[in-house]
Ligand binder design. Structure first.
Ligand code: PLP
Length: 379
């Protein structure tokens, strides 16, 4: 048991080709942007999924140094990693309830999604002779976890009356704050407001209310309430595509050219011959593949940066390597840096660009690439 836990904690990444460079000063810049937009309201920084692939411990420590008071993760295991690294900030756990003793042992704040769960926490708290702070979540239209709006007020009053619990926060989550048509988001805010007003009136005390994710922070100041809950924009990605709000990408994923081959016109490149050279070509073999989180959907469908120039992916992405057509890059050499996502010279490949090429979202690009590469931090 102990041994298994130790092994899990010490799980070491095997060094493969790609390195992700995490720029913590860009993170600081993005936090300042969030605070400016949210008029200095408290920030609950969302660092789930290893801080979207950026490394939750280093990211959280920097955010705390910059004055962030609350962190949010999805699972208690994620919170334990933060506590083990010495982080003392308040930590909200968005989903997990597999082992509720973790909440008590590591001083975590559960998000309560229904009365039954609240009762379980209440019993555990009473048996330990303490009171545990909780935030209650209302499903105002996301269709995921949370109290049904129709019973929310009475449910919250029931929860607030349970021994061993102190309801300190009230929250909800947007379904589509990133759309240009924000009418659904406004409906969610209205519903949240109504429930919140009724609850605070009956409890005779305010609860820290929070609802705004990244998209709402950029576009819906009615959703700011008593704190904001950004993830994406802290990492420098925009939920609104090309409109970037001055955000700075925190993650750069880079690798080095392994080999350069010279092929005559008419040569097929990579599995399935989906790319055939049209001229005498130089093809770079780049050590990043779908095993590193570089989606196979980027086959013939993405660009990389070398010597500050964009070069196209040639043929299918393989498990460990991807080919790029570098014929037009002067002076290119084996060992040259290749940037998969991030800036090189005057050019930048944004995660948003990669995600739109394969019909996904930048969250997916960052968690895929960032969680499987070796990390280097820049202060
Ligand atoms: C992930 C998550 C967020 C952060 O969303 P972003 O779009 O990354 O800003 C906020 N709140 C909840 C409940 C979440 O699950």
């Amino acid at each position: 048991m102990k041994r298994a836990a130790k092994e899990a904690g010490e799980k070491k990444r095997v060094n493969r080709g790609p390195v992700s460079e995490i720029d913590l000063s860009a993170l600081q810049h993005n936090l300042a942007t969030v605070r400016r937009l949210a008029n200095n309201r408290p920030v609950i920084a969302v660092v789930k999924a290893d801080a979207y692939g950026h490394g939750a411990v280093a990211v959280s420590k920097r955010l705390i140094d910059e004055g962030v008071s609350h962190l949010a993760v999805a699972y208690t295991e994620e919170a334990k990693v933060l506590r083990d690294s010495g982080i003392k900030a308040k930590i909200l756990v968005l989903f997990d309830r597999t082992d509720i003793s973790d909440y008590f042992m590591h001083d975590l704040i559960p998000v309560i999604h229904d009365v039954k769960i609240a009762e379980i926490f209440s019993r555990e708290a009473m048996s330990r002779g303490i009171r545990i702070p909780v935030h209650v979540k209302i499903d105002t239209g996301m269709g995921r976890a949370g109290l049904n709006p129709s019973n929310a007020v009475s449910d919250i009053l029931t929860i607030a009356a349970l021994d061993g619990l102190v309801v300190t926060g009230l929250m909800s989550h947007f379904s589509e704050a990133d759309l240009s048509d924000r009418s659904y988001a406004f409906q969610q805010i209205k519903l949240f407001n109504r429930i919140r007003a009724s609850v605070t009136d009956k409890l005779h005390r305010p609860l820290m209310s929070h609802m705004a994710n990244s998209a709402a922070i950029l576009s819906l100041d009615d959703a700011f309430f008593d704190g904001v809950r950004p993830g994406l924009i802290l990492y420098g990605c925009s939920p609104f595509g090309d409109e970037r709000y001055g955000l700075m990408p925190v993650m750069k994923v880079k690798t080095k050219i392994l080999l350069i081959r010279t092929f005559p016109a008419g040569t097929p490149v990579s599995y399935g011959r989906t790319f055939i050279t049209k001229r005498d070509s130089r093809i770079a073999i780049v050590p990043v593949g779908y095993a590193d989180g570089y989606s196979r959907m980027f086959s013939n469908n993405a660009e990389m940066l070398v010597r500050g120039k964009r070069v196209p992916v040639a043929g299918r992405v393989c498990m460990d390597v991807t080919m790029a057509d570098v014929t037009d890059v002067d002076g290119i050499a084996e060992g040259d840096e290749v940037v998969i996502v991030g800036r090189q010279g005057a050019e930048t490949i944004f995660a948003e660009e990669l995600s739109s090429r394969i019909n996904t979202i930048p969250y997916d690009i960052m968690t895929s690439l960032g969680s499987r590469s070796r990390r280097e931090y820049i202060q």
